[in-house]
Design a protein around this ligand. Structure first.
Ligand SMILES: C[S@@+](CC[C@H](N)C(=O)[O-])C[C@H]1O[C@@H](n2cnc3c(N)ncnc32)[C@H](O)[C@@H]1O
Length: 273
């Protein structure tokens, strides 16, 4: 891998965080399928000659776009070794491990996409400026990022449920690198403008995500701060905490399915000609 500047995020995504997402890849792709569909539709809007998926994780979106576009080369980049290791390549799909904030890209893509992979940069202006170097003149950026955590109650249910039992769990700082790092639309427009993207457009997207009820315990033990904390507990403690957490998810369970509303921004921007 080339230089890496996001040391904290690199440690997270190459440690328990990345391992969780790698093991849970099919579940993640199932839960986030509506966002995959959104980005596939975006990719199909016009002819494309090369697609870069930033923070691609295990590459579900990269592969879905590649399948939709025929033989257009699609490349996924991620800082997480454990996830890149299980990303499945094929004839026109390639993956590599790098910090997208500083990797030396070639200007070979006319579409740069991301499903929740661009909120983790410690210097977002530098990162989005660097992503511009991957884009051909006139190339497009299409990314989805979470809106505020208060608009995404499902994602903080586990943290709220365990708060009395685990007061030391880290709290989210809205402007710090993390899942809600681009939740503020004004800040995001400013970041993209300062990094040289034009025709910046943010559209609120509200989609329902779902998974079978029997998958929920795995989801909760593999992902997020509570999942990581659960993995360090002994079996008895884990069982107790998991019971408390599962109870908090009751309002989202309907007829054997967990369904929850999500709130995100669809970001569109262009690389100047
Ligand atoms: C929430 S996950 C989303 C993964 C994938 N896009 C998906 O939808 O399944 C965020 C991803 O961003 C990656 N990431 C975080 N910081 C990064 C950076 N500086 N460069 C490249 N990837 C990064 C993480 O390793 C992680 O895989």
């Amino acid at each position: 891998m080339t230089a890496e500047v996001n040391t904290e995020q690199a440690a997270l995504w190459n440690g328990a965080g990345g391992h969780g997402w790698a093991v849970a890849r099919d579940m993640v792709d199932q839960v986030l399928r509506p966002y995959e569909d959104l980005l596939v539709r975006a990719a199909r809007e016009k002819p494309r000659t090369g697609v870069l998926d930033v923070g691609c994780g295990t590459g579900g979106v990269t592969r879905a776009i590649a399948a939709a576009l025929g033989d257009v080369p699609c490349v996924g980049v991620d800082i997480s070794g454990p996830q890149i290791a299980v990303a499945r390549e094929s004839a026109n799909v390639r993956f590599f491990q790098a910090d997208a904030q500083v990797h030396a890209f070639e200007p070979e893509f006319d579409l740069v996409v991301s499903r929740f992979g661009v909120m983790f940069f410690d210097d977002p202006v530098a990162a989005f400026r660097n992503l511009r170097t991957a884009a051909k003149p006139g190339g497009e950026l299409r990314a989805v990022v979470w809106r505020d955590k208060d608009e995404n109650p499902f994602m903080t249910t586990a943290e709220r449920a365990v708060a009395p039992l685990m007061p030391d769990l880290p709290t989210f700082d809205p402007d710090a690198p993390g899942p809600y790092g681009l939740a503020s639309p004004d800040r995001t427009r400013k970041i993209l403008g300062e990094s040289g993207w034009t025709a910046i457009d943010l559209r609120p997207v509200d989609l329902t995500c779902a998974m079978p009820e029997e998958v929920l315990p795995k989801y909760l033990t593999m992902l997020g701060p509570v999942g990581r904390a659960l993995q360090t507990m002994d079996e008895n403690e884990r069982e107790d905490v998991l019971k408390t957490v599962l109870r908090a998810f009751d309002p989202f369970v309907h007829n054997g399915e967990v369904r929850f509303p999500t709130a995100s921004w669809e970001i569109k921007a262009l690389m100047p000609l």
